[in-house]
Design a protein around this ligand. Structure first.
Ligand code: DP6
Length: 322
């Protein structure tokens, strides 16, 4: 009747950008990410009451974010054969504008808390598929450390699972840059509808993913880094070809990428990536992370994340710790 789950954001090394099915949230290509051990969403779902409610960081949520949560609860109820409303109380410890997509940790935590509260016993694959329905990238935050999201061809075959990769760190640099970006969801639609380069994006991403999986399996950090930066640049190049152009990176983002290249020239292996916003995330070997963070600190607040756990139940809620 009540469950609390915790989940962390993830940052993709091979990006998800574009859906083949908007309702099922099936991506046009697979992707690969690291789940962070920093920043958490903690969500408690309690069954009962007159109607669904959603409280985020102590305030009653309304509008788009609340209706996404309520639609998600409808999905869980239909799986569970229940009509009972629920209270969702969620806390995200990301500092405001941390630039870490809260939708991934948010829907991963909600998927686990809600499915547990409604008495569903989902396999890891089913949990990942359920989280995907809230936000595509959330299916990767149910997985420990490194996740491959198989694009699949239908609801059953589109899910994330763990992949081995060498230990590394992500250095998150919060670059503050003016007005809020267009959401990933809207940006993906605009790309599909207006970019003349979109047709090549999915096949080239699948090829990049195959190479990335091989590099992970070989434990080849250098190759992982090169492919990470390459794929991020391709995604941002693609968004800049929409009409109107979507430019997520700011001048300071490019300066941060230059600083990362300079580190490499100085013998510190770091590589950069960026999601749908100006923040830059570098990857490095564990021993180099402090030095990379120091080099990026002039562009914004930085923090270092290690590979973290996929969504898990809190030991104090109902249900056992997973
Ligand atoms: C640039 O998962 O937030 O971060 O499925 O529409 O909710 P929806 O989109 P979302 O998109 C994430 C896009 C990205 C790349 C990535 O995380 O792979």
């Amino acid at each position: 009747m009540r469950a609390t789950a915790i989940a962390h954001p993830n940052i993709a090394l091979i990006k998800y950008w574009g859906k083949r099915d908007e309702d099922l949230i099936l991506p046009v290509a697979g992707s690969l990410s690291m789940t962070l051990d920093t920043v958490a969403t903690r969500t408690t779902v309690t069954l009962g009451g007159e109607r669904d409610t959603f409280t985020l960081n102590g305030e009653a949520a309304q509008g788009g974010s609340a209706s996404k949560v309520f639609r998600f609860l409808d999905r869980v109820r239909s799986l569970a054969g229940s009509h009972t409303p629920a209270a969702v109380v969620s806390h995200n410890d990301a500092p405001t504008a941390a630039g870490l997509a809260s939708s991934a940790s948010g829907f991963a935590a909600l998927a686990l808390a809600a499915s547990t509260a409604y008495g569903l016993e989902l396999t890891p694959r089913e949990l990942s598929r359920l989280a995907r329905r809230g936000s595509g990238s959330a299916c990767r935050s149910t997985v420990d450390r490194f996740a491959v999201w198989h694009a699949g061809t239908d609801d059953e075959t589109s899910y994330a699972e763990q992949i081995d990769a060498p230990d590394m760190r992500m250095i998150v640099c919060e670059i503050n840059a003016g007005p809020k970006a267009v959401s990933s969801r809207d940006g993906m639609l605009l790309t599909r509808d207006t970019s003349p380069f979109y047709t090549e994006w999915a096949p080239s991403t699948e090829r990049a993913l195959e190479r990335m999986i091989a590099a992970c399996q070989a434990g080849d950090f250098t190759r992982i880094g090169e492919l990470t930066e390459l794929h991020a640049m391709r995604m941002h190049a693609l968004t800049m070809t929409t009409e109107p152009p979507l430019r997520y990176l700011a001048p300071a983002s490019f300066a941060a990428f230059d600083a990362i290249a300079k580190l490499r020239a100085d013998g510190v292996e770091a590589y950069g990536t960026a999601d749908a916003g100006p923040n830059v995330v570098a990857i490095s070997r564990p021993a180099d992370a402090e030095r990379v963070a120091a080099a990026l600190s002039e562009f914004g607040k930085t923090h270092i994340a290690a590979p973290g756990r996929g969504a898990y139940l809190a030991a104090d809620g109902s249900g056992e710790a997973a």
